[in-house]
Structures are given as structure tokens and as C-alpha cells.
Design a protein around this ligand. Structure first.
Ligand code: ADP
Ligand code: ZN
Length: 807
């Protein structure tokens, strides 16, 4: 039998694939294998099979782990594209595309060495046979023989070499288990109840038990507490009686996102929706690739267009993929899809257990489910015969993965996947990112426009100039906003207050005119580094001593700002003592139902004011909200990014989308020091086009994306001196390869010190037209150059590459 060569990718940072040999003809690309790697064994993915004998000695494939390929040819091709374009290893891209349990995880197993030499005693033999029969992982064994004699004996057996540790592929996925309460089979509840005396029945915990007997146990501990019916103490007390017991059971599926399946509730499209749909339909019909930008204000009915297009794709016998920024923040959208498509949908989200994810993956791979809906990583869902890929809120930064590699943007991967599958991609947004705006100009995307809301009107946006209100503030609120909220509450309506938290970057702001020093080189805000008392531009490396006087008004009243918005909520509570306040931010929504619950509470009118960070602006529909206040709009503009204007516009238009969705007209109040800022002026008039035109002109002048491709290099090390040295050396290498012009830096990162690491960065601007091959070639060139000149100790510094960085 001839020798077959297999190129194998591993999930390490090393970008090469390695060639192995085998005589097993069943080997195919897309299968995992168990192979020797350096001194150990590892799982790798076969990416290519061929008969070209390499000019080095190849090692054999130890074992093929899959009977059929678990990755399709298209997914291999897609991950290869990611490998080149985002400059990661192919294995890292593959790992991101596979669910845990099917990727590269392995575990250490104890094995009894065959034919070992020596003379074990009786107790030793007992343990050896136990190990032989039970296939313990090292972890399990160490747990089982945690102390005393057992622990000593296990150590001895390993030291003698009778027991060895083997790394093996991990082939099973665990159900994530949580604590449930159940009534033991041996407990006769009827009898207990009939034996209760009157006085016993008066006990709180006995009443709680009676309540439990009416419920459908087992139920999760957390759920019982969350419902507010029971306390941990009560449950413990009942357990002590032996009437209930705790059991660890797998968590249930994502029921919470399911609604009732009512496909007849599909809406008849309005004329403008129908127009958009028909353009999509004709491409679907031809089974060709095309990407559309569906540009429509919030509430203009984009979701309905997705639904009709998806329905058409399903009727063609094809499948669909719907990406949303974050499942927990878009429950209404997900429910709407459920309503129409029911069980054909597999929801993928970050709070699922490994097992649930694995099951969802399998159901798509087998074709049992035909639609996947989920955040970023769902772009890799193994939907069969994809006809349509939707990226809702395409501008959302959560589509970009930052750590770990691959640092991909799911929106762009989605378009590439659609291209490879001959599918239609729809990118939807009320505020498209500049990248997509440019792609429309270049006729890469076709534009579909929904300018009107079928229901309700666009809310009025009022700008409150902080300079005018300087001496008329009520805590964090201008007098005007304060009064308007009072009136709103008197009318029995609700208000949302948003304070922007862009946490970590600190900056200097004039207390008299609101001015924030800008970089003369990149027009972004300068970051304030308190320790060294300098202002720093993190794109160009420009820096200067911190000003002592405001450049604009000469005031000496400069203050360092950044975080510390905690007390805002308390101040507001103090301003409206009779109002019921509800808070929504990352802290309050961390639980599984956190977000849902706050949403329900506010929707049902149990609170008057919802206050929170940016996330209150996302995807929610509250008909009784007539006022939205943005307390500190400028925090976004102060963020040192060339995208801060774009983000400001997106944020304002998103909050505006929260008000006046029903019959009642809504007003959005924006408190700002910069009423003349382009993003704020255009948000006031809902004029995205005017904003985009001017924003694009500015980007073009400074050659920022989308007029270039920004590649950021980040250098990390616990040692400050090495991180700076390496960053500088690396930049020397870059300049030798691509010249001086497109290189900026190095300079300290916006957050210079984090998790015990110093961080520096540098960036280069590459041509927008570069594809994966160009990018790979240039970056290979830079790294080769750097390898030739890197100083000692270079290995102490990690260098991350982030192509199309989004900060
Ligand atoms: P978007 O996704 O653009 O924010 P949605 O698709 O959620 O907008 O639509 C906003 C609201 O308008 C929803 O309540 C939706 O049910 C309603 N709607 C959209 N299209 C129609 C239609 N053709 N007929 C009736 N109501 C519609
Ligand atoms: Zn000033």
C-alpha cells in the first residue's frame, strides 16, 4: 500500500502545518488525528492529503479519530482564509470553528504499564487493578486518592513506573450540571403531610415544603431562589428532615428564548420592505453569491425582511445563518424568529453548556435543524447548504474577536462564507459602519434602503449644551432634563437614562468649556497618563507634557476623567425619591436570566426609570418609554479611537430607537459639551448620510480605515524594559520591510499595564485592497526580518497581530 502524506494543523500559535505519513486510506481532510508532536502526542486536524514526499523524515499518524470528516471542505477553506487574512495559525482558526468536545481537547489518563518490572504488594495490586479497569484521568485519580495511604500508594506506583500518565484525546463532552432539588423516591409525601400537626404546619419551612410538593421537581436550586419563593435556609432545613435531597443534573436547553411557534403570524411586507425582499429573492433564486447592505432606521422592519428571505431559502431546501450581537440582549429578535420557524432553529449562545453546544452543532450538521442563530462564533455553525447569512447590527463591535486568536470579524467572515457557499449575505444596520458604507460605494454590496418606520415616528432629539447649563445642574442632570423626567413620571410614563461607561481610558477635560485635548496627528483624543503627567496619542506615538491650561479657553480648571460613574445612580435616586429605579449593566445582568428579568420588570411597569450603561440602548422595545436621557455623551468622543465619532452616532441613534416606538411620541435628551460635533448634530436630525459623508472625508484625509487596513501589533511582557525594547526593535524591522510612511509607534497601549503585563503597541496601515495572500506575505516578511535582528530575551515578549483591529 502506498504511503499517504497528510498535512496537519495544530491549535498553537505556530503558523505552519506539519506533514505526517500513514497507510490508512480512510484518512481525509476534515478528520482529526492523534499524532506525535515533539515529545508528546497531540490532536491535529487533517487539512490536506497528498502523495508528495517531503524532504524531511515524516512521523506516522498514530490514530485517526473520526470516521467521517467533521469539517466540510468549505469550512476548511474558510478557516484557511482566516489563517491567512487574520494571520493566525490554521489550527487556531479551526479550533474557533469547532465546539468543545470536537476540537483539540485531550486529557491525561493513568495507565498501568504493561509487563512492568518489580514486585508490588497486595495493596499495590489492588490499586493497579482498579486503575486498569477504570481509566481514571489524572485529575480524577488525584481526587480519589486525595489523602493518607491511598495518596502515598499512588505516588509510589507512579514513581516505580508501574503507573504512567498518558495524554489521550478527549472524546466526550460533559453535561454542565447544576444543583437541583428532588424528592427522594423513598419519601412518601402524602404520609408526611397527613402526619403534620397544626403547629408544625405553621412553620415557614413546612409551608415551603408543602409548596414544593405541588411543583414539578426536580428543579434547579437557583431557579427556586430566583423565583423568590424559597430561601437557601428553608431548603436546607427541609433537606435536614430528609424530605428533599439535592442532585446534580444537566441544565435544560435554551427554552427561555423559545416563544410559541405561530408561523401564520408572518407579516405582510410593506411596499418598501417588499422591494428590498424582491432584490434578495432574485439572487436566492439564481443561487448565486451576493452581499447586501440593508440600511434602515431602528424599527423600519429589517427583521421582517430577514424572515421573509430566510423563509424563501428554506423553501428552496437550503439553510440559513443569523448572527446577532449578543443573544441575551436581543431576546425579542430571537423570539420573533422562533415564532416563524420554530424547531428548525438551533440557538447558539455563550451561556450554553459544552454539551448543549455540541448537541446544537450536531443537529445542524445532520441537517435536522436548518437555521442557526447566535453571536459571533455562530458564523461557523455547520448549517447544511447555506442559502442565506444575516448579520444583524453589522456595525456592532462584538463581532470582532480580540482574544484569543483568531482575531476575526464575524461580519467579514460571514461575507466570505457566503461567497464560498454561493449564498446571499445581508448585513443590516440603522448605522452601518464606514467599512460597509465604502463597500457599497465600490459596489461590493448592493444597497437596500428602508427609510421609514412602518409604525411610530422617529423621536425628537434635543441637545442640551452643558456650557449653558454649567450653573444649572441637578447633580448629573441639567435642570431641563430633570424637569422633563419629572413631568414624564407625573404622566405615568417611563424614562431611560444612559450613562456611558468607556471605563478605562483616562483623559483630561476642561471643566469650563468641556474641551478634551486632541492629537495634532490623528484627530483623536489624547490619553492622559497620570504617573508621567503626559498626554499621549496612541495611534501616532505623539506625546507632550500634560497641559496646565485649556488650549481653548485658557482655564486652569482641567480635570482628569475616565471612570467613576458609580455614584451617578445614587445621585439620580436622590433626585427622584418617589420613583422606582432599575439598574442595568454588566453587573446586574450577569445571571442567566438577569437581562430578561430586568427587561420584564421594566416592561410590566414595575419601575419608572431604567438607568444603565450602553447596554440599555440595545434591541429592546418599551412602548411606555417617552424620555431617553444620555447623561454624558462625551465619554464616547473622549475615547482615543478614530472610530469614536462613528460610535457616538451609533449609540445616539440606538438610544433614539428606544423612544417613541408606539403611539406615544418620544424625546431623546443628549447632554454634551460638544453640541457642534458632527456625530451629535447628525444624530439630532437622524441624518446618517450627512454624517457618513463627512466622516468618510475625514478618514480619507488621515488614511484611516476604510481607506486603509489597520494592523495592530501588541507587545506584552511582565518586564517593562523588554517590552519597550522589543517593540522598538520590531518597529525597526517593520520599517526596513515596508518603509517609514505607513508605520506608527511604538507607544504604550491605552491601558499600559494589565493582568501583570506591560503592553505596548504599534500599527501599520496597509492597502485596503490587500487580500489574505498579500497580508500574509507582508507579515511573513516583517517577522522574518525581525527574527534576523531580534535581541536576546525576545522570547519573554509576546507579539499579537490584530488585522482590521477594532478598538
Ligand atoms: P428593525 O429590525 O428594523 O428594528 P423590526 O423588524 O423589529 O425593525 O420592526 C419594527 C416593528 O415594526 C416591529 O414591531 C414589527 O413587528 C413591526 N413591523 C415591521 N414590519 C411590519 C409590517 N410589514 N407590517 C406590520 N408591522 C411591521
Ligand atoms: Zn476650556
Amino acid at each position: 500500500m502506498p504511503i499517504i502524506y497528510a498535512d496537519i494543523a495544530f491549535p498553537t500559535a505556530v503558523r505552519q502545518v506539519f506533514t505526517y505519513e500513514t497507510r490508512d486510506e480512510s484518512i481525509k481532510p476534515g478528520m482529526r488525528v492523534w499524532v506525535p508532536l515533539r515529545k508528546e502526542f497531540a490532536i491535529g486536524m487533517v487539512v490536506n492529503v497528498h502523495d508528495k514526499k517531503p524532504d524531511f523524515k515524516t512521523r506516522p499518524v498514530e490514530r485517526i479519530l473520526d470516521r467521517d470528516p467533521i469539517m466540510s471542505a468549505t469550512m476548511l477553506q474558510l478557516t484557511e482564509w482566516i489563517h491567512r487574512f487574520y494571520y493566525c495559525s490554521w489550527g487556531e482558526a479551526i479550533q474557533a470553528a469547532l465546539p468543545v468536545g470536537l476540537n483539540f481537547s485531550s486529557e491525561k489518563i493513568l495507565r498501568v504499564k504493561k509487563g512492568f518490572k518489580g514486585d508490588p504488594g497486595k495493596d499495590d495490586l489492588e490499586m493497579l487493578s482498579d486503575i486498569e479497569q477504570n481509566r481514571y484521568t489524572q485529575k480524577d485519580a488525584e481526587k480519589r486518592w486525595r489523602e493518607g495511604e491511598g495518596r502515598k500508594r499512588l505516588k509510589k506506583l507512579m514513581k516505580k513506573g508501574w503507573v504512567t500518565v498518558w495524554e489521550e484525546p478527549r472524546q466526550r463532552v460533559d453535561y454542565k450540571k447544576v444543583k437541583h432539588w428532588a424528592i427522594p423516591d423513598t419519601v412518601d409525601t402524602d404520609q408526611i403531610i397527613s402526619n403534620l400537626s397544626e403547629s408544625e404546619r405553621g412553620n415557614k419551612w413546612v409551608q415551603a415544603f408543602l409548596q414544593l410538593t405541588e411543583m414539578d421537581l426536580p428543579l434547579p436550586h437557583r431557579e427556586l431562589l430566583d423565583e423568590g419563593l424559597f430561601t437557601a435556609y428553608t431548603l436546607k432545613r427541609i433537606e435536614k428532615e430528609g424530605w428533599i435531597k439535592s442532585v446534580d443534573l444537566p441544565v435544560k436547553g435554551p427554552e427561555e428564548y423559545k416563544g410559541i411557534h405561530q408561523p401564520e403570524l408572518i407579516k405582510t411586507l410593506s411596499d418598501q420592505q417588499q422591494d428590498a425582499f424582491e432584490q434578495i429573492e432574485s439572487v436566492l433564486e439564481a443561487r448565486e453569491f451576493k452581499s447586501f447592505l440593508l440600511f434602515g432606521v431602528t424599527g423600519s422592519g429589517k427583521t421582517e425582511v430577514y424572515i421573509h428571505a430566510l423563509k424563501y431559502a428554506l423553501e428552496q431546501g437550503r439553510g440559513g445563518l443569523v448572527l446577532v450581537p449578543e443573544i441575551a440582549l436581543t431576546p425579542q429578535t430571537v423570539q420573533r424568529f422562533f415564532q416563524i420557524f420554530g424547531d428548525q432553529i438551533a440557538v447558539l449562545h455563550s451561556r450554553m453548556s459544552e454539551r448543549e453546544r455540541f448537541e446544537a452543532w450536531k443537529s445542524l450538521r445532520s441537517g435536522e435543524k436548518r437555521i442557526a442563530i447566535g453571536p459571533r462564533s455562530a458564523v461557523f455553525a455547520p448549517v447544511q447548504d447555506v442559502g442565506l447569512i444575516v448579520v444583524d447590527e453589522e456595525h456592532d463591535t462584538s463581532y470582532k474577536q480580540y482574544d484569543p486568536a483568531p482575531r476575526y470579524n464575524a461580519r467579514d467572515v460571514a461575507v466570505m462564507r457566503a461567497h464560498m457557499e454561493g449564498a446571499v449575505a445581508i448585513l443590516g444596520s440603522a448605522t452601518p459602519g464606514m467599512v460597509s458604507v465604502k463597500a457599497v460605494k465600490e459596489e461590493k454590496h448592493d444597497l437596500l434602503h428602508l427609510p421609514l418606520r412602518p409604525t411610530g415616528s422617529m423621536p425628537e432629539v434635543q441637545i442640551l449644551n452643558m456650557i449653558e447649563y454649567k450653573s444649572a445642574m441637578r447633580g448629573p442632570l441639567t435642570v431641563e432634563l430633570h424637569q422633563e423626567i419629572e413631568k414624564c413620571l407625573e404622566r405615568g410614563e417611563q424614562a431611560i437614562l444612559l450613562f456611558n461607561r468607556r471605563g478605562y481610558a483616562s483623559y483630561l477635560q476642561c471643566e469650563d468649556c468641556g474641551h478634551i485635548p486632541q492629537s495634532p496627528e490623528s484627530s483623536t483624543s489624547l490619553t492622559y497618563h497620570k504617573k508621567k503627567n503626559i498626554l499621549l496619542c496612541h495611534y501616532s506615538g505623539y506625546s507632550r507634557r500634560a497641559d496646565t491650561r485649556c488650549e481653548l479657553c485658557g482655564s486652569e480648571n482641567l480635570k482628569s476623567k475616565g471612570s467613576g460613574t458609580q455614584q451617578v445612580e445614587e445621585e439620580i435616586a436622590g433626585l427622584f425619591p418617589d420613583a422606582r429605579l432599575l439598574r442595568m449593566d454588566r453587573d446586574t445582568t450577569s445571571g442567566k436570566h438577569g437581562h430578561q428579568k430586568i427587561y420584564q420588570t421594566f416592561l410590566s411597569g414595575e419601575a419608572d426609570i431604567l438607568i444603565g450603561t450602553q447596554i440599555v440602548a440595545k434591541g429592546l422595545d418599551f412602548p411606555n418609554v417617552t424620555i431617553v436621557g444620555v447623561i454624558n455623551a462625551d465619554t464616547e468622543l473622549a475615547f482615543p479611537s478614530f472610530r469614536s465619532g462613528e460610535r457616538m452616532y451609533q449609540l445616539l441613534s440606538q438610544v433614539a430607537g428606544r423612544a417613541g416606538r408606539a403611539e406615544k411620541p418620544g424625546v431623546v435628551y443628549v447632554q454634551t459639551w460638544k453640541p457642534e460635533h458632527l456625530a451629535i448634530k447628525c444624530a439630532k436630525t437622524h441624518d446618517f448620510k450627512a454624517f457618513a459623508r463627512r466622516e468618510m472625508a475625514e478618514r480619507e484625509m488621515l488614511m484611516f480605515p476604510p481607506f486603509s487596513r489597520l494592523v495592530v501589533f501588541q507587545f506584552k511582557s511582565p518586564s517593562w524594559s523588554s517590552v519597550q525594547l522589543i517593540a522598538e526593535k520590531f518597529c525597526d524591522a517593520i520599517r526596513l520591510v515596508i518603509g517609514d510612511e505607513p508605520v506608527s509607534g511604538p507607544s504604550p497601549s491605552v491601558i499600559e499595564w494589565m493582568n501583570g503585563q506591560y503592553r505596548w503597541e504599534a500599527n501599520i496601515k496597509l492597502s485596503r485592497n490587500f487580500n489574505g495572500h498579500n497580508i500574509e506575505r507582508i507579515l511573513d516578511g516583517i517577522f522574518d526580518q525581525y527574527d534576523n535582528m531580534k535581541p536576546k530575551g525576545a522570547s519573554k515578549v509576546r507579539i499579537n497581530v490584530d488585522v482590521d483591529a477594532v478598538e
